[in-house]
Design a protein around this ligand. Sequence first.
Ligand SMILES: Cc1cc2nc3c(=O)[nH]c(=O)nc-3n(C[C@H](O)[C@H](O)[C@H](O)COP(=O)(O)OP(=O)(O)OC[C@H]3O[C@@H](n4cnc5c(N)ncnc54)[C@H](O)[C@@H]3O)c2cc1C
Length: 311
Amino acid sequence: MTALVIAEHDNATLKPATLNAIAAAAKLGADVHVLIAGHHAQGAADAARLVDGVTKVLLADGAALADGLAENVAAQVLAVAAPYDSIVFPATAYGRNIAPRVAIGLDVAQISDIISVESPDTFTRPIYAGNAIATVQATDAKKVITVRATGFDAASATGGSAGIEAITAIADSGKSIFVKREIAKNDRPELTSAKVIVSGGRGVGSGENYHKVLEPLADKLGAALGASRAAVDAGFVPNDYQVGQTGKIVAPELYIAVGISGAIQHLAGMKDSKVIVAINKDAEAPIFGVADYGLVGDLNEIVPELVKQLG
Ligand SMILES: Cc1cc2nc3c(=O)[nH]c(=O)nc-3n(C[C@H](O)[C@H](O)[C@H](O)COP(=O)(O)OP(=O)(O)OC[C@H]3O[C@@H](n4cnc5c(N)ncnc54)[C@H](O)[C@@H]3O)c2cc1C
């Protein structure tokens, strides 16, 4: 049994969710190989070879793979897929963009968003916005799997010593072109791997108030900032802040929900957090149903007071 993990990377380093995908692949009881499809990507390959549990790194280095275009990366995966029993992706925007193209290329059903490996062909995955967990058994000989990062502890980034095999990079498919990348500059931890998240909802009132009230708390705690969809839709913050069913799935050690009602679609993205603190002026707000600690009151008073108490 050998599994191939498709690494998400920026050519120099691995994105954190790749380590969770590697941990999931190891649970398949398989030898774990990692594909780095990129350009000038030796740095990412060097990082992958050191990950605990990885036994081989395939490095496809070519201009067509520079920007991670899904059409080209999927073609690269299909070019090397033959010997593998499982092809494993992180269930991030990157992995979700490529996995279906690979599944259709192999004529197999994709197994999406797994949160556990019960056996090499049986997995659990959340359905109905996380309100039920389905156990699915895959009968296809080759399995194309996306892994929800919060379901698996990350593999250690060190401890491995795999070899790197350079493979032929595919030519450009010509189906898409890279236009530009706009990267939000942010000194804070990445939302999906942050240990602490301060998240604001419609209740914070405005973008200006969001920054004024929440940033000092996030600064004190070294936290990432998140938001509800209502806060994003109202333009308080960009949409990459969104936590929830149609946003990011997070499971930090501490999630502080400020002025968030706790709609089911928001809970779907954060209810696996270890400790949840809710600050809301409505004592009946559903967020208190999942909160470990609740503060009922005006966020404009409570949050600055909290910052003061934190010293
Ligand atoms: C298909 C679909 C997908 C969706 N995906 C997502 C998703 O991914 N993520 C997501 O978040 N939502 C998602 N939603 C939207 C979701 O249903 C809710 O509308 C949204 O989560 C509500 O955001 P909110 O809690 O910020 O706003 P509201 O529900 O309006 O709640 C605001 C809260 O702030 C409190 N408040 C107001 N003023 C104060 C104050 N001064 N002090 C303290 N508390 C105060 C209020 O009591 C209230 O509880 C989705 C909806 C659909 C239909």
